[in-house]
Design a protein around this ligand. Structure first.
Ligand code: PBG
Length: 323
C-alpha cells in the first residue's frame, strides 16, 4: 500500500484541524501599541497606517478601557509632544504627554491590563534621534543614559507597570534598573527592546509620531545582516536585569525570535511593526490578499517562531474575532 503515511488525515475537518493545532492566539498574549498626541482636538488618522490614529487623551482613554474589556495583555504607549527640542525635555516632564497618558491609562484600567510605556527620546527630540547629540552631532550614549534613567523613574511614578527601553544605547537596561530600584520602584518591569534592527519597516511609525529624523539609526540599531549580535544583545540585557526581551521587527526576523527563545529563560516578545502592518493593509486594500487571513497568519507565525507576547496594531481586532 502506498502512501503509508497520510498526514492529510489530520487535516480532514475543521474540528480535526483544531484538535491538532500547535499554536493558538489568545488576547492575553497581544499588546496594542498606541499613539497619544498633545494638543489634538480629535483623533487624527495616520495616512500610512490605515485604521490607526494619533489619539487625543480622551479617545485614548476609551481605547484603554476597550483593551481591558477585550482581555488584551497590555497597551504600549507612545507620546507625540507638540513641542520637541534637542534634549527631548517632554520625556522627563511629569506633565509631558506620554507621562500624562500613562497616568490616564492607569486610572482607566487599574491593573486590569498591563500599562507599558516606550522609553526612548526619538518622539521628543527635534532631530528625531533616540538620544542626545554630542558636539559632532553623534548620538551620545552615556549622556543619553542619564536621561533614560530619569525617564524610567518618571514613567514608573506616572503608573507604568512596564517600561520599554527602545533606544539601543549600551547599558540602558542596567542604568534604568539601578535608578528605578534606588527610587523604590523595584517592582517596575523592564521590557527590553533587546534585539532591535535598523529597519525600513519602521517607515510608517515616523509619520505616527511626527518624527523629523534626518539620516538613520545605524550607529545604534543593529545591522539586519547580523544574527549572532542579537544573541549578544539579549544576553547583555538579561545580565543587566531585563525581565522580558523583545525582538523587533518580527516578520523578517523570525529566525531570531526562535534563537532568542532558545537562549533566554525570560518571556520573549516580538514587535509586529508599522511597516509590517501597512504592507498587509495596503495589499488588502488593493484586493490582492485576504486581509483577515493575512493578519492571523502574520501574528500566528510570530507566535509559532517562539514569541510569548506579540505587540501588534491589530491586537484589538484579533481579540474581537477571538471572543
Ligand atoms: C523608538 C521606537 C521606534 C518604534 C518603536 N519604538 C522607531 C525606531 O526605532 O525607529 C517603531 C515601531 C513601529 O515601526 O511600529 N521609540
Amino acid at each position: 500500500m502506498f502512501p503509508v503515511d497520510r498526514p492529510r488525515r489530520l487535516r480532514a475537518t475543521p474540528a480535526m484541524r483544531s484538535l491538532v493545532r500547535e499554536t493558538r492566539l489568545d488576547p492575553s498574549q497581544l499588546v496594542l501599541p498606541m499613539f497619544v498626541a498633545e494638543g489634538l482636538a480629535e483623533p487624527r488618522p495616520i495616512a500610512s497606517m490605515p485604521g490607526v490614529v494619533q489619539h487625543t487623551r480622551d479617545s485614548a482613554r476609551r481605547a484603554y478601557a476597550e483593551a481591558a474589556e477585550l482581555g488584551l495583555g497590555g497597551v504600549m504607549l507612545f507620546g507625540v509632544p507638540e513641542h520637541k527640542d534637542a534634549v527631548g525635555s517632554g520625556a522627563v516632564d511629569p506633565n509631558g504627554i506620554l507621562n500624562l497618558a500613562i497616568a490616564d491609562a492607569r486610572s482607566e484600567v487599574g491593573d486590569a491590563t498591563v500599562v507599558m510605556a516606550d522609553l526612548c527620546l526619538d518622539e521628543f527630540t527635534d532631530h528625531g534621534h533616540c538620544g542626545v547629540l554630542d558636539g559632532q552631532g553623534r548620538v551620545d550614549n552615556d549622556a543619553t543614559l542619564d536621561i533614560y534613567a530619569q525617564m524610567g523613574v518618571v514613567q514608573a511614578e506616572a503608573g507604568a507597570h512596564v517600561v520599554g527601553p527602545s533606544g539601543m544605547m549600551d547599558g540602558q537596561v542596567g542604568r534604568i534598573r539601578a535608578e528605578l530600584d534606588a527610587a523604590g520602584h523595584t517592582d517596575t518591569v523592564i521590557l527590553a527592546y533587546a534585539a532591535k534592527y535598523a529597519s525600513a519597516f519602521y517607515g510608517p511609525f515616523r509619520e505616527a509620531v511626527d518624527s523629523s529624523l534626518q539620516g538613520d539609526r545605524r550607529t545604534y540599531q543593529q545591522d539586519p545582516a547580523n544574527a549572532r549580535e542579537a544573541v549578544r544583545e539579549v544576553l547583555l540585557d538579561l545580565a543587566e536585569g531585563a525581565d522580558i526581551v523583545m525582538v523587533k521587527p518580527a516578520l523578517s526576523y523570525l529566525d531570531l525570535i526562535a534563537e532568542v527563545r532558545r537562549e533566554a529563560d525570560v518571556p520573549v516578545a516580538a514587535y509586529n511593526v508599522s511597516g509590517e502592518y501597512s504592507m498587509v493593509e495596503a495589499a488588502a486594500a488593493q484586493g490582492w490578499i485576504d486581509r483577515e487571513r493575512a493578519i492571523d497568519e502574520s501574528v500566528l507565525s510570530i507566535r509559532r517562531a517562539g514569541a510569548d507576547i506579540v505587540l501588534t496594531y491589530w491586537a484589538a481586532e484579533i481579540a474581537k474575532r477571538l471572543h
